[in-house]
Design a protein around this ligand. Structure first.
Ligand code: SAH
Ligand code: SF4
Ligand code: F3S
Length: 466
């Protein structure tokens, strides 16, 4: 009988990829993914440690899981509770001490060993070791998990994630990633190409290449016996028939080289949308963050990208209230935003993370100041996002339909610029790209009608907007 596996994912897209791969690793053991934790045989929390709030959420979730586990055991069953991901890596045994409901802790680089860990947890319970069963694996193994993950993978649908690079050697002074994910590593081209072909055969029309520092990619290409960069990898994957769109995230401004910029101009499958975090517009703050670039470097990158691909839409991450950030320095961030015009962005209050240099810096900024700056920053970014979305009204966008929309007969998809687009369309268009005339713009999505459909616009508009 199938065992029920519930995985809850926090954090970045790499965690989304890892969660899917954990399910693939456990499938041969009879585990099938379910979408609620009640009665599960195994629960995995795939966690994020990037900000304090992200880590605290895990402990609250574990508190909610405890009665579920007790109920399952009282009914004569068993439940294995695992914590995976970046909190697992950072906290290790502390997790089991703070939350004894946890049986198993596995880091982001060792989840291919989940079957042994589960066996260890089971042995521990039969030996009567009590509630916390102490199976833990947070190594950074010499051989990567990618060499051990099964080829078999559950289909991801029309748009799929593929991790090509992991870890980070940049050590920005605010960031935990180099500690939780380890050193930078790039998967070989052949391995990535095979996985991409399997994804396309399983229905993917769009692939997003993932890495904490994806544009630092430098994987081995056996065909030429040398390492190649991300642009070369993209050109290789673009040859896959049936693959319509390629994206990549997240990039670091320092690794945005000429070849990659050129690829935005000459590789039609590469989508004109780039998430390129800048964090701050102040050179002093950027230096204190150890970003290794200035505001002008970023602006000139944007200019070069727009020269290569005039319609490229940009997205970024921002941190407000980094230690020592003055009002004038914050104003420089606002000025940079004004200059660039972003289509989309994420912004955060600085969160001091234990073990990072930033946490020990003097002049930590008051919470109320961070709060107030974040509001001003987000108001500006929100205006820009609205302006960008509004600019598509009355125009046609090529939409890759990814699944059913909110209403019967409606599908949702994404534009080249990663906007969600709703339109009335037949199910057979899922996994296909079709032109949509944009009729309505909402805060987080667009609505329109299939350009080829010759129906009275007002009828369709009403349904699309509803
Ligand atoms: N690898 C990506 C970022 C990963 S973390 C990159 O280099 O850009 C995603 C975002 O979280 C970061 O870009 C940053 O804006 C934010 N972030 C990371 N650490 C943070 C911290 N300590 N406090 C607030 N925001 C943080
Ligand atoms: Fe973190 Fe900086 Fe590495 Fe991005 S580049 S993962 S922000 S250390
Ligand atoms: Fe979070 Fe780890 Fe990703 S800390 S953002 S899950 S790399």
């Amino acid at each position: 009988m199938a065992k029920k596996l519930f995985i809850k994912t926090y954090g970045c897209q790499m965690n989304v990829y890892d969660s899917a791969r954990m399910a693939d690793v456990l499938a041969p053991l009879g585990y099938r993914a379910v979408d609620a934790p009640d009665g599960a045989d195994m629960i995995i929390l795939n966690t994020c440690h990037i900000r304090e709030k992200a880590a605290e959420k895990v402990y609250s979730e574990l508190g909610r899981i405890k009665p579920l586990k007790q109920a399952k055991i009282a009914a004569g069953g068993d439940m294995i509770v695992a914590v995976a991901g970046c909190v697992a890596q950072a906290e290790g045994e502390t997790l089991m001490e703070r939350a004894p409901v946890v049986d198993l802790v596995v880091g982001p680089q060792t989840y291919h060993r989940l079957p042994e860990l589960i066996a260890r947890a089971r042995r521990a319970v039969s030996a009567g070791d009590g509630p916390g069963r102490g199976a833990i694996d947070i190594d950074f193994p010499v051989q990567t998990k990618f060499d051990h993950l099964p080829d078999q993978a559950a289909p991801q649908g029309a748009s799929a994630f593929l991790s090509v690079q992991e870890g980070c050697d940049k050590f920005c002074t605010f960031c935990v990633v180099p500690y939780t994910r380890g050193a930078e590593y790039s998967r070989p081209v052949g391995q990535v190409d095979s996985e991409a072909r399997r994804l396309v055969a399983a229905g993917a029309a769009e692939i997003t290449l993932l890495g904490q520092n994806v544009n630092a990619y430098h994987g081995r290409d056996e065909r030429i016996g040398a390492d190649v960069g991300l642009a070369e990898l993209i050109r290789t994957l673009a040859r896959i028939e049936g693959l319509a769109r390629i994206r990549y995230t997240t990039s670091h401004p320092r690794d945005m080289n000429d070849d990659l910029i050129a690829a935005h101009g000459d590789e039609p499958k590469l989508m004109p949308f780039l998430h390129l975090p800048v964090q701050s517009g102040s050179d002093r703050v950027l230096a204190a963050m150890n970003r290794q670039h200035g505001a002008d470097d970023y602006l000139s990158l944007v200019e070069r990208l727009r020269r290569a691909r005039p319609d490229i839409a940009l997205s970024s991450d921002f941190i407000v209230g980094f230690p020592g950030e003055s009002e004038a320095e914050f104003a420089q961030t606002l000025a940079l935003i004004e200059q660039v015009e972003f289509a989309h962005a994420y912004s955060f209050k600085y969160s001091p993370r234990p073990g990072t240099p930033g946490a020990l810096m003097p002049d930590q900024v008051l919470e109320a100041v961070k709060e107030e700056r974040l509001m001003r920053l987000q108001a500006l970014l929100c205006d820009q996002q609205t302006r960008f979305n509004q600019s598509h009204r009355g125009h046609t966008l090529a939409v890759l339909f990814t699944g059913p929309g909110r209403h019967p007969g409606q599908l949702v998809g994404r534009s080249p610029y990663l906007q969600s687009v709703h339109a009335s369309a037949p199910d057979r268009l899922i996994g296909r790209v079709a032109d949509v005339s944009i009729l309505a713009v909402k805060p987080n999505s667009l609505a329109g009608r299939l350009a080829a459909l010759d129906a009275p616009p007002d009828v369709l508009t009403e349904r699309a907007i509803a």
